[in-house]
Design a protein around this ligand. Structure first.
Ligand code: ADP
Length: 574
């Protein structure tokens, strides 16, 4: 038995461990497989622990007994206590020495357990903070010195990666804290996926880890990364829109989609191109507030809708950003609850953060005049974000775009392999009547969301906003005595940006660059995001044209069987 055979203590986070000296444990298989313990001074003793303890215990109590006896005798013989003999001096020295030892062994251990517990608590406090989101925007910041006196885990070797993986698996180190703990995002992702594989027993070998800049997503795009998913990017084009040619990046795994969009581009190109108009540009956020009665809720509604008050509210709102410009506040009442739909332009940003900050400014300001206003939530769903809602379909949200093209009769025949009458009839019965029968909300189209989603993913937009961004009504009409086809798409709520969110990631940024809309437009703030919205509408137009043509010509199933059904037997692919 030796000092290492003390009863095991609960494993500590590395912050609470003793520092480099724990490396001594790595050599032995038994010790290396268990959590590391902090080193103790008694580890260095030459004798086995129990013998050393026995010696000092015996010494302490025997000399104490001896000295007490001597003092009793001295009192009895009336000898002054301070007159000491040589054996008494030796006994006092032994008493002090054994006391120091026992204090060192039990006392320091006792203190050590307190220090360790304090460090552990600090970790747990940090865990709580992160789980509550208090530090999520600053996850890369080094931990406070009192919590983590060893800043450089990143300097440790692979063997120590192994130790960290084990600590994540046994729960000693929380997975989400790896980035801040290691100060190396790639390594954090590596450790996390290793731990995940061990915990689940499932392999992540085919989920790539290398070749991705994990620093670029920290605190911005994705938490707890373990790799990245590869999505192929195809290109459709050139899309001739408003006199300019665009090569449109589409990230998709749906066979036929890029090919079909490409065919639509060809038809539009051959007909002289498409034209677009941006009807409106304003992101919305609608908080919900509650009053004691309907009268007070109505008073705030009238206050907000009174043009006299708009200038003040605008001033307060616009303080949130140099790009945020308040446009309108529309109110809706449900009993004593008031929903205020703020709309503002947001430059080249999609704008959700920006508009939310502006709304918060106004709510704080309103609280002065309406102290009885109870703010229930900064978002009350009248906005309406990432949900199908008539308000977006009717009022618009983000960019509202209408786009049209005139397709010549011969192009309809030669490129689209159908005829104008068949297309017009199909559009009427499918996109308009069929969608009405289905009770559609903004879904009066064939597959706008296919194109919207593919471009959203390629260019770093928020894919969840595909819900309302894909609202679209496709119209087809025979013109020029029925020979040519007029086709249009109207999309009231395309929510896109070219700064912020995923747009700054390398591959998404490259796709924006392909379209000439990367980043902020310095000269005309907002012009890049607006152009992106019109390109998306133009791409939806060509997508609608091509798919409807395929259906009208009875080609849909045939072409899907050709492009969307691999001849590989997927059951044999391991
Ligand atoms: P969102 O509001 O879409 O969530 P962010 O919160 O990331 O986007 O805001 C965009 C950030 O980019 C803001 O800090 C803003 O000041 C900055 N920015 C720089 N140039 C522009 C621009 N041309 N248009 C909009 N924002 C810009």
């Amino acid at each position: 038995m030796d000092a290492r055979r003390r009863p095991p203590k609960p494993p500590l986070p590395s912050a609470a461990r003793g520092g480099p000296s724990h490396r001594g444990d790595e050599g032995g298989s038994a010790s290396s497989s268990r959590p590391l313990e902090p080193p103790r001074a008694s580890d260095a003793l030459p004798l086995p622990l129990y013998l050393t303890n026995a010696v000092f215990f015996t010494l302490f109590f025997s000399v104490a007994y001896y000295l007490l006896h001597r003092w009793r005798d001295k009192i009895h013989d009336s000898v002054p206590l301070h007159v000491v003999t040589l054996p008494e001096i030796a006994a006092i020295v032994s008493l002090v020495a054994s006391f120091i030892y026992l204090l060192g062994f039990f006392g320091i251990d006792f203190v050590q357990s307190f220090i360790a517990r304090a460090s552990h608590d600090a970790w747990e406090d940090l865990d709580d903070d992160v789980s509550r989101g208090f530090v999520c925007t600053d996850i890369a910041a080094p931990l406070p010195k009192s919590v983590d006196p060893e800043p450089a885990i990143s300097a440790l070797s692979c063997a120590e990666d192994e130790e960290i993986v084990k600590s994540v698996v046994d729960g000693t180190i929380p997975s989400y804290s790896l980035e801040s703990k290691l100060s190396d995002c790639r390594r954090a992702a590596f450790v996390r996926r290793e731990a995940l594989q061990r915990t689940t027993g499932r392999s992540l070998t085919d989920l790539p880890l290398e070749g991705f800049d994990y620093e670029s997503i920290l605190g911005q795009c994705c938490e707890l990364p373990v790799g990245y998913v590869q999505i192929p990017v195809g290109v459709a084009g050139p899309l001739l829109l408003d006199g300019f040619k665009y090569h449109v990046p589409m990230a998709t795994t749906e066979g036929c989609l890029v090919a079909s969009t490409n065919r639509g581009c060809k038809a539009i190109y051959a007909s002289g191109g498409a034209r677009s108009v941006l009807l409106r540009d304003g992101m919305t956020r609608a908080p919900v507030v509650r009053f004691g009665d309907v009268k007070r809720a109505s008073e705030l509604k009238f206050f907000l809708e009174d043009p006299v008050n708009f200038d003040t509210l605008e001033l307060v709102f616009n303080r949130s950003s140099r790009f945020a410009r308040l446009q309108s506040i529309k109110c809706s009442i449900a009993g004593k609850n008031l929903y205020m739909r703020f709309s503002c332009s947001t430059g080249d940003a999609m704008g959700m953060n920006m508009v939310s900050k502006g709304v918060q400014n106004v709510l704080d300001f309103l609280q002065n005049d309406f102290p009885d206003m109870d703010v229930i939530g900064i978002s009350g769903n009248f906005c309406s974000d990432k949900k199908p809602a008539a308000v977006n379909w009717i009022e618009g949200r983000g960019k509202s775009v209408v786009c049209e093209a005139l397709i010549k009769e011969d192009v309809v025949k030669q490129v689209l392999k159908t005829n104008v009458a068949a297309l017009v009839e199909l559009n009427m019965l499918k996109n308009l009547t069929g969608s009405a029968v289905a009770g559609a909300l903004g879904g009066f189209n064939a597959h706008a969301s296919n194109i919207v989603s593919a471009i959203f993913i390629a260019t770093g937009q928020d894919p969840a906003q595909n819900v309302e961004s894909s609202h679209c009504i496709t119209m087809m009409e025979a013109v020029n005595e029925g020979r040519d086809l007029h086709v249009s798409v109207t999309m009231p709520s395309i929510e896109v940006g070219t700064v912020g969110g995923g747009t700054q990631l390398a591959s998404q940024s490259a796709c924006l660059n392909m379209l000439g809309v990367r980043g902020a437009n310095k000269e005309f703030p907002g012009a890049n995001a607006r152009l992106l919205a019109t390109i998306i509408a133009g791409s939806v137009l060509v997508g609608e044209l091509s798919l409807l043509s395929a259906i009208a010509a009875g080609q849909l199933v045939k072409s899907h069987m050709k492009y969307n059904r691999s001849s590989r037997d997927v059951t044999k692919v391991c």
